[in-house]
Write a protein that binds this ligand. Structure first.
Ligand code: GDP
Length: 366
């Protein structure tokens, strides 16, 4: 089994054991029952959220995540009414491969920022959550100190739908959390590519957690992801790993020089720290504070948020069009047949696509 600091003789807390495979979702009927429960009115939701009622906020987020179209409609109204109260937060994206120490770090980062006051919401985007029937990211049990803090709100990744759908729900949840007075938002994701782009499209600062000591630090990381980072932090800089972490930091710094300067005008920084032993956390936060002052002064902060709003307008339109197309009963039937024909080489992909699109638009009376 992997080396964990929790398994050291001197560590007095719980030891790390091997995990178990995740069981199936509990009875689907339980879910159906919960959905049917009589809900609050739109006014109740908005009032509860704006007054900082966590239980109402939590229910509203559930509504946002629901696949039920009625819930979706209510959620949209609640979000719209919450919009005037939103926007006043620092939104930070935190990414790293599994085992990089995201949950340990978020626990430490969170406790650090909460010491300065305010409220922190931890949300997540996990593209694998649909397949694995539930998400680990953002799970409360992984953030022991934070989950017991009265000013924190931790929510796992929405699990249903495509990455785009999951991301949209998380973005909507950010608005609700902000309206409820959360002035720090963390959005966590796993370092696998696409999900970083989604997170980047909804945060002000993108923090990339890396590890040292693999010998090929820069090989495993996609160039595009490094280019998105406003800060790269090398975790587990503790014990005999400190020198390796410093070396990795130098390599990352050198690699960053090869990229074009980011649009924000900010020079991405590279730091080392230890989430588990709470070393170097303050320096990371000083960097983020410095960034916020910098981009607010040069106007990039507002420009970036406006660009993100535009991006999400198009994403929402694209998502709605796509789902309308794929949920159309005629298209659904035709799709299966055309897919077979394309696979057997009887029809080209373009002919098939055109026939389907013609049928779709024809059906709409055009
Ligand atoms: P995640 O999958 O990215 O959320 O990673 P976790 O936070 O679950 O951490 C994975 C393992 O790395 C756990 O055993 C942690 O205790 C360990 N770990 C996390 N941060 C540190 C650190 O700063 N130093 C050391 N030595 N181990 C750490």
């Amino acid at each position: 089994m992997e080396k964990h600091p929790e398994n050291n003789e001197e560590y007095k807390g719980l030891k790390v054991n091997r995990g178990i495979d995740r069981p199936d979702t509990v009875s689907p009927y339980l879910k159906a029952k919960r959905v049917r429960k009589k809900g609050l009115s739109i006014g109740d939701y908005v009032e509860g959220i704006v007054s900082g009622n966590i239980s109402v906020l939590s229910q509203a987020v559930t509504l946002v995540e629901s696949v039920n179209p009625d819930h979706h409609a209510i959620a949209q109204e609640v979000i719209e009414k919450c919009l005037p109260y939103s926007g006043n937060s620092v939104r930070i994206g935190i990414s790293g491969v599994p085992g990089a120490g995201k949950s340990t770090s978020i626990d430490s980062f969170g406790m650090h920022v909460l010491k300065q006051g305010g409220k922190l919401a931890v949300l997540a985007i996990d593209p694998s959550s649909e397949r694995s029937k539930g998400s680990i990211l953002g799970d409360k049990t992984r953030m022991e100190q934070l989950s017991n803090h009265p000013n924190s709100f931790i929510r796992p990744s929405p699990s249903a739908g495509s990455l785009g759908g999951v991301a949209r729900k998380t973005r909507e949840s950010i608005i609700l959390c902000e309206a409820a007075g959360f002035d720090k938002i963390f959005v966590e994701t796993v370092g696998v590519g696409q999900s970083e782009i989604a997170v980047h499209s909804m945060v002000d600062f993108f923090l990339l957690i890396q590890l040292a000591g693999t010998g090929d630090e820069l090989q495993g990381i996609k160039r595009g992801i490094m280019e998105m980072a406003d800060g790269i932090v090398i975790n587990k800089a503790d014990g005999d790993n400190i020198d390796k972490a410093k070396l990795a930091a130098t390599q990352f710094k050198n690699a960053l020089h090869l990229f074009p300067a980011p649009e924000s005008g900010w020079t991405p920084q590279v730091l080392t720290y230890s989430g588990f032993y709470n070393l170097g956390i303050k320096e990371i936060w000083d960097m983020i504070d410095e960034y916020m002052v910098f981009v607010k002064q040069n106007g990039y902060f507002e420009h970036h948020r406006n660009q993100q709003s535009k991006y999400w307008m198009y994403e929402t339109i694209n998502g709605a069009l796509r789902s309308n197309f794929y949920n159309n009963t005629i298209i659904k039937d035709m799709l299966a047949d055309y897919e077979k024909s394309v696979l057997s080489g009887n029809v080209t992909s373009f002919v098939a696509a055109k026939a389907l699109l013609d049928a779709y638009f024809g059906k709409m009376g055009k």
